[in-house]
Design a protein around this ligand. Structure first.
Ligand code: TRP
Length: 435
């Protein structure tokens, strides 16, 4: 039975003040998901990623505090999940390098964010890579390390991030193919019902469009910003369209289906835009207000947040350090002492494959073929006498493939993969028996 819980992991880049779009798209759904006790949650502040987009140290620090405080204020329980800051886990940049070495450069050339930057340069007649940092180019590998380090099964993300999860799968497969099954192949989870929130101007709410409404702005400021949401010029009493209305979409992201239906009815009935904005403000405030005190307390006591993050980092490092040790060894970054010992053991004891003959408690005679590494490659069924078993062994050594077929009923079933290895070893023994 597999009692391992499904691991869910996601991060938020620490480049700005959390806004309603972050809340609806990332913070709120992850808090809800974290309450599912059938899963194990990993939630982190992607501050290494922030360096790719932001060169203002104070802003990165402030954003880390604000996003962490928002997550906790919204209900994330650091005791129930692993909640940490990416840069507290030194194994993440370490894993980034191992993954870099198994990631095709061509794969990274096709990353949407990098392609968008180079396309823009082409259009402007600039050098392909003008103003593109190697950090931007490597963004998907760092993200792959985030995900693969904790063997995440599910990664909740926005639609724009799906490609990055697919790339992480590619990296995991290449690595596993080369070095054995170490990584879990992650899957992106895109919540269809999670709204892409429009901003003040109707485009996607985003720092880069400067059209955001901060999540924990003081009430008065939030009211003012909601009043600034762009609407059309329909007068009070004129029916209004919900279609394409940013105001309506934001309302919907906070309201129940019934509330939304009532709001749509009010639009049809010609509600004044001022009244609609008031209703929107009240609906958002109803959800956010209870969290505000916790948020304010944490932001004014950064040392509390720091303490939580350090505790989380310890939890995370307990896994990442152990896993990294396994990965280092897998690729050959090993202690020389251990390596030479392994070699000596091998050359002394089991440098060659061998047949072992033995008698079981049932009184019958058996043999098995053991690889130089000590794995059982072939297992016989029972023989009446040691001589019969010995004859079968000689036939196998003399006449590898043919004997394997002829003796089929005398042998336990082997897979095609084992068959190749068995034959290799039989050929080796055959060649050695000739001298
Ligand atoms: N790139 C993500 C974003 O901008 C943030 C992120 C970094 C992330 N590492 C991650 C998300 C790992 C999920 C998993 O939204």
């Amino acid at each position: 039975m597999n009692s391992e819980r499904t691991r869910v992991l996601t991060g938020i880049t620490t480049t700005g003040t959390p806004h309603l779009g972050n809340y609806v798209g990332a913070i709120r759904p992850t808090v809800q998901a974290s309450r599912n006790t059938a899963t194990e949650g990993f939630y982190f502040l992607a501050d290494y990623h922030a360096l790719i987009k932001c060169d203002e140290p104070a802003r990165i620090q402030r954003s880390t505090l604000e996003i962490a405080a928002s997550w906790i204020a919204a209900g994330l329980d650091p005791d129930q999940v692993t909640f940490y800051r990416q840069s507290d886990i030194p194994q993440i940049p370490e894993l980034t390098w191992l993954l870099t070495c198994v990631t095709g450069k061509g794969l990274l050339n096709r990353a949407h964010a990098y392609k968008a930057a180079t396309d823009k340069n082409h259009a402007a007649g600039h050098d392909t890579d003008a103003d593109v940092s190697a950090g931007l180019f490597m963004y998907p590998v760092l993200m792959g390390a985030d995900i693969l380090m904790f063997k995440a099964h599910k990664v909740p993300v926005g639609r724009d991030q799906i490609q990055h999860i697919e790339m992480a799968r590619d990296m995991a497969s290449s690595f596993n193919h080369l070095y054995g099954e170490h990584f879990v192949l992650p899957e992106a989870v895109v919540e269809e019902s999670v709204a892409l929130l429009p901003g003040l101007d109707g485009r996607k709410m985003s720092k880069s469009y400067d059209n955001t409404i901060p999540l924990f702005a003081p009430s008065a400021q939030m009211r003012k910003q909601i009043n600034a949401i762009v609407t059309d010029s329909r007068a009070p009493g004129e029916p209004k369209s919900t279609e394409g209305s940013a105001l309506f979409q934001i309302y919907q992201a906070f309201a129940s289906a019934e509330e939304t239906a009532q709001f749509a009815q009010a639009f049809a009935d010609g509600i004044a835009w001022g009244d609609a904005k008031q209703q929107l403000f009240e609906r958002i405030d109803r959800e956010i207000a209870p969290m505000r005190a916790t948020y304010e307390d944490l932001v004014h006591h950064p040392e509390k947040v720091e303490r939580l993050l350090l505790l989380g980092a310890e939890k995370a490092r307990a896994r990442s350090a152990a896993f990294m040790a396994e990965l280092r060894s897998a690729v050959g970054l090993r202690s020389l002492a251990v390596q030479s010992k392994v070699k000596t053991e091998k050359s002394n004891k089991t440098a060659a494959p061998s047949f072992k003959q033995y008698r079981e408690k049932d009184g019958q005679f058996y043999f098995k073929l053991v690889s130089p590494q000590g794995d059982v490659l072939l297992q016989s069924k029972a023989f009446a006498s040691p001589r019969d078993a010995g004859v079968a062994i000689s036939q196998l050594i003399e006449n590898g493939e043919g004997a394997l077929a002829a003796l089929q009923t005398q042998l336990e079933t082997i897979t095609d993969r084992q068959r190749g290895e068995v034959l290799e070893n039989l050929i080796f023994m055959h060649l050695n028996s000739e001298n």
